[in-house]
Ligand binder design. Structure first.
Ligand SMILES: [Zn+2]
Length: 429
């Protein structure tokens, strides 16, 4: 009976022959093999060498598990000596392609661990596979490359965005992403810093033929991105047609100014009605509805927004103006010229709107005028902020999971693993 439940497994590893297999008291497999290689390449001169010169001491190599039991391959690699090299000590031990760089695990095992690392922490994987965190870190360091093969990727659109390395800290990084149309978003670089001097070396490393054919470069309004890009694209017309300010950053800038106004007005009203329970109730829980689009509000949220506007009609006007600008950006088939006209008209009505003492739109309009060409480029390139926002959220999750990375290199590798390497390691997804 027992025989009928057995299967044989092909290890699928060349240059070895299985001598014996034992299972220890932990259920772990130990596969003792001999090496069938009859030659190797001299590490010194690169010639093929066939003269045997003893064996190395036993290597224990981890391979991926069989039925959830760990698998170790025991082998003594043969050594060969080179006749062509003068140095008598020129021996080279054989190493198959499937062995990793440390000689302690198979490449398939490294890939197996990397798959599990996606969306997981190093600590999780260390605990689940009973290996040290140093081993997991080593697998990441050896396999995750954060340099870009430009010829292979050839992006047509890129984006530059800043993020804080840790919450509440002033250590900023710049994320450069490949936003090419109809391609999955990819990371091109994680740069330590956001100043002109910090990002210039990367921009200068982009091959000239790629840089000169980029259709669009999306950035936020950080002036350092502008001055760095101006230095590498020294043609003004090309700069004005290519560099695009992400509509998400425009919306955020306006949203923040309008929300400041809400805070100020609500604060005044709370003081005014400090003895009026009903009116104070109307002011409660209005922040969320105010910050969002009407179409995203449920009945209750809509009601709260309405009762806020009854007490503060000026805020309603403010809210509507914010929404009006948003709607221009939502228009599907509008040209850059038509969009400019519409936004000019919007600026006029926003300038007309004056609240007591403070106009939330004045400084926004000033910023808009400064960056007008580059903001309006959105209507030419239609680079949607959706993928960028999705990417930023993913990066935030990676950051939280890593409890705020202290080390930029490690953080960069995790971002590359979870975003660029994921489709390679998990092709079905
Ligand atoms: Zn040699």
């Amino acid at each position: 009976m027992a025989k009928k439940t057995k299967i044989s497994i092909d290890l699928n590893l060349d240059s070895i022959k299985i001598k014996n297999v034992t299972i220890d008291s932990y259920g772990e497999y130990h596969i003792y093999v001999s090496c069938s290689a009859t030659s190797t390449l001299c590490h010194n001169c690169g010639k093929k060498i066939t003269k045997p010169h003893g064996q190395c001491k036993e290597s224990i190599i981890e391979h991926f598990p069989i039925f959830d039991n760990r698998v170790f391959i025991h082998v003594k690699w043969p050594r060969f000596i080179c006749d062509s090299c003068d140095d008598n000590n020129s021996t080279t031990s054989f190493k198959p392609k499937w062995l990793n760089d440390t000689g302690k695990m198979t490449r398939k095992y490294e890939n197996f661990i990397l798959k599990f690392l996606i969306n997981s922490t190093i600590k999780d994987i260390s605990e689940k596979f009973c290996i040290t965190e140093e081993i997991v870190e080593g697998i990441i360091n050896r396999n995750i490359k954060t340099t870009i093969d430009w010829e292979q990727i050839r992006p047509t659109r890129i984006g530059l965005d800043e993020i804080a390395l840790r919450k509440g800290h002033t250590h900023y990084l710049t994320i450069v992403s490949d936003l090419s149309k109809d391609k999955k978003i990819k990371i091109l670089a994680v740069i330590d810093g956001r100043t002109k001097d910090e990002i210039l070396p990367f921009l200068q490393s982009i091959p000239k033929d790629i840089l000169s054919t980029l259709e669009g470069i999306t950035v936020d309004m950080g002036a350092s991105y502008f001055s760095a890009l101006k230095e590498v694209i020294n043609n003004n017309i090309r700069f004005n047609n290519t560099v695009t300010i992400d509509r998400f950053h425009v919306a955020k800038l306006l949203g923040d100014k309008v929300d400041k106004e809400r805070k100020k007005v609500v604060y005044q009203l709370k003081k005014e009605f400090e003895n009026d329970e009903d009116k104070l109730m109307s002011l409660k829980y209005t922040m969320w509805p105010f910050r969002h689009h009407r179409k995203d509000l449920n009945t209750d949220e809509n009601k709260r927004l309405e009762s806020l506007f009854e007490l503060a009609p000026s805020l309603e006007e403010c809210y509507e103006l914010r929404e009006n600008l948003y709607e221009i950006f939502e228009l599907k088939e509008i040209s850059k010229g038509d969009a400019k006209e519409k936004i000019d008209a919007w600026c006029e009505s926003a300038e007309l709107y004056e609240t007591k003492g403070f106009n939330p739109f004045t400084s926004f309009i000033k910023t808009y005028r400064n960056f007008e060409e580059n903001i309006l480029n959105y209507f030419t390139h239609r680079m949607s902020s959706g993928p960028v926002e999705g990417l930023n959220n993913k990066i935030k999750v990676i950051k939280r999971r890593g409890f705020g990375f202290r080390n930029v290199v490690n953080f960069a590798k995790r971002i590359f693993l979870d975003i660029n390497y994921k489709p390679i390691l998990l092709p079905a997804a």
